[in-house]
Design a protein around this ligand. Structure first.
Ligand code: NAD
Ligand code: TDX
Length: 367
C-alpha cells in the first residue's frame, strides 16, 4: 500500500484537547521530527473557552519554522482563502468544533455555526484551492475530518456501531457533527474532494478541558467537592486514550482509502458510576486518602436531557485494514491521566480562574 506523505498540514482546533495532543504527536515533545512526519503544521484556532495556547507553548518555542499558529475562525472564508494562498497546504485535519454535549443543550447556536458552517467554509476553501475549473484535483491532497461515535445515536444493552450504522444523532452537538460528516462526504461525491473521515469514541488524557467527565471527577475528588453523576450512572461509554486516537487519525491520513470512514474505539466499555468509583480509588491512593471517604462524594443529579444510554464502537475495519490497535491499557491510562492533572495544577488553575482567558484576550483580540 502506498502511504500518503503530507508536507504542510492545516490543523484546525489545534489548541484544544485532542488537537494539541495531535500536534504534540506529530512534532514531538521537543518539536523534533516524530512518527515519520518531517513537514510543517499550521494550527488555525479561534481560541474559544476550550482553546488554550498554553497547551502548545513548548512546541511553539522549540519547533521553529515547522509550527505556525494562526488565531482565527474556521467560519472566516477570507482568512481561509488567504491561508491557502500563503501556505502550500496539501492536507487538512479538521478537529475544530464545539465539543461539549451539555453546552449544546443550553446554547446550540455556536454548535451550528462552528460545526456546520465552519466545516462548510473549510470544505469550500479546500475545494477552491485544490480543484481547478475543469474539475482536476491537485495530486497528494487530503481533507481528513475528525468526528464522533455520537452521530450514530444510542445503543441498548447489545450491539456495536460500525461504519455502516445509520446516523441517528440525538443532541444538538451530535446533530451538528452528523451534518458536518454529511457535508464532507458530499464534497467527495460531488466535487471529487479527496477525503477521509474517522468517528471516535470518548477520549481521555492530558489537556482535556475540565468540563468533561474524567477531569471534572479527578479535580472534584481532589478538592473534596460533590461528584455529579447524571441519572442512574448506568450510561455506558467506550473510553480511548487520546494518543491512541491520534495515532489512528494519523494512520488513516496516511493509508486510509479516499472517500472512506473508519471507526475508532477503545474496546473498553464502562458504566459511568463504575468509572467514577475507580477514579475515587486512584485519586485517594495518589493523595494518600481513604477511598471510602472519596466515594462518599458521589452525588446522583438530574439526568442530562436526551442522555444517550450506551456507545460502543466496532473498530475492526481500522484494525484489519490498516493494522491499528489500542496500546494504552485503561488502568494505566487512567493512572497517568490522574497524575497529569495532579501535577499540572498551575494549568488547571489557569483554566479555571480564567487567567489564560485574560492573557488570550489581551494578546489576541486585536488581531
Ligand atoms: P475541544 O473543545 O477541547 O477543542 C476544540 C478546539 O477547537 C479549541 O481549541 C477551540 O478553540 C477550537 N475552535 C472551536 N471553535 C472554533 C472555530 N469556530 N474556529 C477555529 N477554532 C475553533 O475539543 P476536543 O475534545 O479536542 O475535540 C476535537 C474534535 O474531536 C472535535 O471535532 C470533536 O467533535 C471530536 N471528538 C472528540 C471526542 C472527545 O472525546 N473529546 C471524541 C470523538 C471525537
Ligand atoms: O459531570 C458529569 N457527570 C456525568 O455523569 C459529566 C460532565 C458527564 N457525565 C456523564 C455524561 C456521559 O454519559 O458522563 C458521560 C461522559 O460525559 P462527557 O464527558 O460530557 O462526554 P460525552 O457526552 O460522552 O461526549 C464526549 O464523547 C464524544 C465528548 O465530549 C464529545 O466531544 C465526543 O464526541
Amino acid at each position: 500500500m502506498k502511504l500518503r506523505s503530507p508536507s504542510t498540514i492545516l490543523v484546525t482546533g489545534g489548541s484544544g484537547f485532542i488537537g494539541a495532543n495531535f500536534i504534540r504527536y506529530l512534532l514531538g515533545e521537543t518539536g523534533q521530527q516524530e512518527h515519520g512526519f518531517a513537514g510543517r503544521v499550521i494550527n488555525l484556532d479561534a481560541l474559544t473557552y476550550a482553546g488554550n495556547p498554553e497547551n502548545l507553548r513548548d512546541i511553539a518555542e522549540s519547533a521553529g519554522d515547522r509550527y505556525r499558529f494562526v488565531h482565527g475562525d474556521i467560519t472566516d472564508a477570507a482568512l481561509l482563502e488567504k491561508l491557502f494562498s500563503e501556505e502550500a497546504i496539501d492536507t487538512v485535519v479538521h478537529f475544530a468544533a464545539e465539543s461539549h454535549v451539555d453546552r449544546s443543550i443550553h446554547g446550540p447556536q455556536a454548535f451550528v455555526n462552528t460545526n456546520v458552517m465552519g466545516t462548510f467554509a473549510l470544505l469550500e476553501a479546500a475545494r477552491k484551492a485544490w480543484i481547478d475549473a475543469n474539475g482536476t484535483v491537485r495530486d497528494g491532497v487530503l481533507f481528513h475530518h475528525v468526528s464522533t461515535d455520537e452521530v450514530f445515536g444510542s445503543l441498548g444493552a447489545t450491539g456495536y456501531f460500525t461504519e455502516t450504522t445509520p446516523y441517528d444523532p440525538r443532541s444538538p452537538y451530535s446533530a451538528s457533527k452528523a451534518s458536518s460528516d454529511h457535508l464532507v462526504r458530499a464534497y467527495h461525491h460531488t466535487y471529487g474532494l479527496p477525503i477521509t473521515l474517522t468517528n471516535c469514541s470518548n477520549n481521555y488524557g492530558p489537556y482535556q478541558f475540565p468540563e468533561k467527565l474524567i477531569p471534572v471527577m479527578i479535580l472534584n475528588i481532589k478538592d473534596g467537592k460533590p461528584l455529579p453523576v447524571y441519572g442512574d450512572g448506568k450510561n455506558i461509554r467506550d473510553w480511548l486514550y487520546v494518543e491512541d486516537h491520534n495515532r489512528a487519525v494519523w494512520t488513516v491520513m496516511q493509508g486510509g482509502d479516499t472517500g472512506e470512514s473508519y471507526n475508532i474505539g477503545g474496546d473498553n466499555e464502562w458504566e459511568n458510576i463504575t468509572l467514577v468509583e475507580t477514579l475515587c480509588d486512584i485519586v485517594a491512593e495518589e493523595l494518600d486518602r481513604d477511598p471510602a471517604e472519596t466515594r462518599k462524594l458521589i452525588t446522583f443529579v438530574k439526568d442530562r436531557p436526551g442522555h444517550d444510554r450506551r456507545y460502543a464502537i466496532d473498530c475492526s475495519r481500522l484494525k484489519n485494514e490498516l493494522g491499528w490497535s489500542q496500546t494504552v491499557d485503561f488502568a494505566q491510562g487512567l493512572r497517568k491521566t490522574v497524575k497529569w492533572y495532579l501535577e499540572h495544577m498551575e494549568w488547571v488553575d489557569g483554566v479555571r480562574t480564567g487567567a489564560y482567558r485574560e492573557w488570550v484576550e489581551k494578546n489576541y483580540t486585536a488581531r
